[in-house]
Write a protein that binds this ligand. Structure first.
Ligand code: CA2
Length: 150
């Protein structure tokens, strides 16, 4: 079974506790359960992590080079600041889908730029927490297509 790494950046541990008008009412535990349910349906093993520390996210991306066929990442605020996370993702060979729960383009100007999008295979924005399931389905398609070419 292939593994997909689902990575969440800073403050996403607070999901469902504040700002429900922007981020909805699901907690990160609910998102993890959704990802595991969809992963089982797609026959993908899910590794799910959240970290408030940039270096931990970078280390997890490095480890994914050996362990994962794809990466789903919501880098949260690091989206708009981190060249280091972008560089780590650029060294990952499989598909990468960047997810944002909110529509960052409807929000403050500083959220309109992503350092990550330029190295992502695809970007899902403003689809709520459902974006994670959409991202996993896209990764499954891309991994399946790559498998057929081998
Ligand atoms: O829309 C998204 O998914 C974001 O990546 C979320 C980040 C934000 O900095 C990005 O611009 C867009 C913020 C994550 C913090 O989430 C919280 C959720 C509830 C309560 C407090 C923080």
């Amino acid at each position: 079974m292939k593994t997909v790494l689902v990575l969440n950046g800073p403050n996403l541990n607070l999901l469902g506790t504040r700002e429900p008008d922007i981020y909805g009412r699901e907690t990160l535990a609910d998102v993890e359960a959704d990802c595991r349910r969809v992963g089982a349906e797609l026959k993908l093993a899910i590794e799910f992590h959240q970290s408030n520390r940039e270096y931990e996210i970078i280390d997890l991306i490095h480890a994914a080079r050996e362990r994962a066929a794809g990466v789903v990442i919501n880098p949260a605020a690091f989206t708009h600041t981190s060249v280091a996370i972008r560089d780590a993702l650029a060294a990952f060979d499989g598909p990468i889908i960047e997810v944002h729960i909110s529509n960052v383009h409807k929000r403050e100007a500083f959220r309109h730029h992503s350092f990550v999008s330029g190295v992502a295979t695809g970007v899902i924005v403003g689809c709520g927490t459902e974006g994670y399931a959409l991202a996993l389905r896209r990764i499954a398609t891309l991994i399946g297509e790559a498998g057929k070419r081998l």
